[in-house]
Design a protein around this ligand. Structure first.
Ligand SMILES: O=C(O)CC[C@@H](O)C(=O)O
Ligand SMILES: [Zn+2]
Length: 540
């Protein structure tokens, strides 16, 4: 107990102070990777000009993606038509803007779109899609473009529908906590808005400063609070979506209970813009509670992390609001690549770090509860050291470590990302096995949302290398499937894993998904080449 600096409590309410990895890209070490670095030199050598094919290394075998020949190519009449709908300034052909919008946050995926549209209303989106459908022009909906699986950028020349101008809060009910807003609202702005009214968003992500709620809903984003508030399938009470043919589906209800037939809103939560464009959402937001505490803890082995989780669920129960972990290799990466970050518990003995956040309504009771829990955990040998944040700044610095891992990985060079749902007791075995497979050739790190059984397995190497990839895939997917896990816990399938869906879904299920896609988007114009295997998502 001597070492456990159980001090005092904090309020973690000013999200502005929290680091946002998307807002602070590394301007020094940033290496812009051309598509050929990751996707193979084929693009450059063979198809650079025609841009009708891309080769991407999905697994050890290069997968050829062909541009769907059923799609038309944009012409000047199309551009004029869009200008009539949206006005001149919302039809963007500027090369710099397009370069940014064509490239994903990691600089791994790059499309060649020639047009970005900025609608301001549902009606404008409806007109855009109706026109695109009739012309067979493919479309990629784009929110904050913070995705990690290549889902929010074009693959070829798809028209980009940028949602950023639809950023109005429509209503907020201070009694029920139901917020209705447009899809382009930035998550952090919603967090601030709710904070002023004494409420919080049920989701919190490292990307909050850039990501938009429409993108969060479309990808069913998870994040740091899921362990407490559940997924967006539970928190989204209703939504409005525009179908490929321009029809507007008004499902913007705000009822907790509504059992009148199929609950179709769920089709749009997590379908990554492949079935329709989400334009408005209705969200159930929890009240902000007065006592928020954050403990940063060290564990000597993974078994202790697991036991600690079990104990936290038992003993902290209703006040537990986050349970995150990182291994010491993740910590090293953060310390080596992010400025101003320091380990609050430095020691070569710590193999794992755990962040436990509690959120409750009674400051003294909650504090006592957490302190007693930490004391018992330390006496029982589950924790080897720990500290409770004493103020908002210290809390921010603790979160910075956890939220900073993806940014540190980017700065370190090439990164292979896997976002897996696995049984907690098996989860870290995979990290160790991949470490053994790769030896000294790459750094293998494991971190994530332990409380949700969600591992972020990341492999960091100086450069992308097919030999490394061949050691990782399909091994990771096969291992996950063998242990009844999911190959995408929260990031989605996007382009990266569209063809891997069978590792987590039965052929019958995928077939039915294909039928739903065909029903809602018969011409396949919405976010083609993503989510479903290419034969089903982009029919010729
Ligand atoms: O980059 C990753 O692997 C994870 C990103 C995000 O989901 C997180 O939890 O930090
Ligand atoms: Zn995550």
């Amino acid at each position: 107990m001597e070492k456990c600096k159980i001090t005092h409590l904090l309020l973690r309410h000013s999200s502005k102070l929290l680091f946002d990895r998307r807002l602070k890209p590394n301007s020094h070490n940033w290496v812009f990777r051309s598509a050929s670095d990751y996707n193979g030199t084929f693009i450059k050598k063979g198809f650079g000009n025609t841009r009708t094919m891309q080769y991407r290394f999905f697994g050890s075998i290069a997968t050829k993606i062909e541009r769907n020949t059923a799609f038309s190519t944009l012409n000047s009449d199309d551009v004029s038509h869009f200008k009539e709908i949206l006005g001149e300034k919302n039809v963007i052909q500027d090369e710099d803007v397009l370069l940014t919008a064509n490239t994903d946050w990691m600089r791994k995926y790059k499309g060649f779109s020639k047009l970005l549209l900025q609608p301001r209303t549902t009606n404008e989106i409806s007109q855009i899609l109706k026109y695109c459908d009739s012309r067979h022009l493919a479309v990629v909906p784009q929110g904050g473009n913070t995705g990690l699986v290549g889902g929010s950028v074009p693959v070829f020349d798809e028209v980009i529908v940028n949602m950023g101008s639809m950023n109005n809060i429509i209503t907020f009910d201070k009694v029920s906590g139901i917020l209705v807003c447009e899809a382009g609202c930035i998550l952090e702005n919603l967090i601030s808005f709710l904070d002023n009214h004494g409420f919080i968003m049920p989701l919190d992500l490292g990307a909050k400063g850039s990501c938009q709620i429409g993108g969060n809903v479309s990808t069913n984003a998870g994040g740091l609070r899921l362990v407490r508030y559940g997924s967006l399938h539970g928190n989204i009470l209703g939504l409005e979506a525009v179908l490929a043919n321009g029809n507007v589906l008004d499902m913007l209800g705000s009822l907790r209970k509504d059992n009148t037939g199929y609950d179709l809103k769920h089709l749009f939560i997590g379908s990554e813009g492949s079935l329709g464009i989400v334009t408005k959402v209705s969200i159930l937001t929890p009240p902000k509670l007065s006592s928020v505490n954050l403990a940063f803890l060290a564990c000597s082995d993974y078994l202790s992390c697991q036991k600690l989780l079990l104990e936290a669920k038992r003993k902290l129960g209703e006040i537990l609001s986050a349970f995150e972990f990182l291994d010491n290799q993740s910590m090293d990466l953060v310390l080596n690549h992010l400025e101003g970050v320091r380990n609050p518990l430095p020691s070569s003995m710590h193999n794992f770090y755990v962040l436990i956040e509690t959120t409750g309504s009674d400051e003294s009771v909650d504090k006592e509860k957490l302190e007693a829990f930490l004391l018992r955990s330390m006496e029982g040998g589950l924790i080897s050291d720990g500290v409770i944040a004493q103020d908002i700044n210290q809390a921010s610095s603790f979160w910075r470590i956890r939220e900073g891992v993806p940014e540190a990985l980017m700065k370190a060079g090439a990164v292979y990302k896997y976002d897996l749902s696995l049984p907690v007791e098996k989860m870290y075995d995979l990290v160790e096995e991949i470490r053994l497979r790769l030896g000294e050739t790459a750094k293998v790190i494991g971190y994530g949302h332990l409380g949700d059984g969600n591992l972020h397995l990341n492999i960091s190497a100086p450069h992308y290398d097919d030999m490394i990839l061949a050691q990782i895939e399909p091994y990771v997917y096969e291992w996950t499937s063998k242990h009844c896990g999911s190959i995408s816990a929260e990031h989605g399938l996007g382009l990266m894993k569209a063809n891997k869906i069978f590792y987590s879904k039965s052929p019958e299920t995928v077939q039915l998904m294909g039928s739903i896609k065909k029903l809602l988007d018969p011409n396949g114009i919405l976010n083609p080449y993503k989510v479903l295997p290419h034969t089903l998502s982009s029919y010729h």
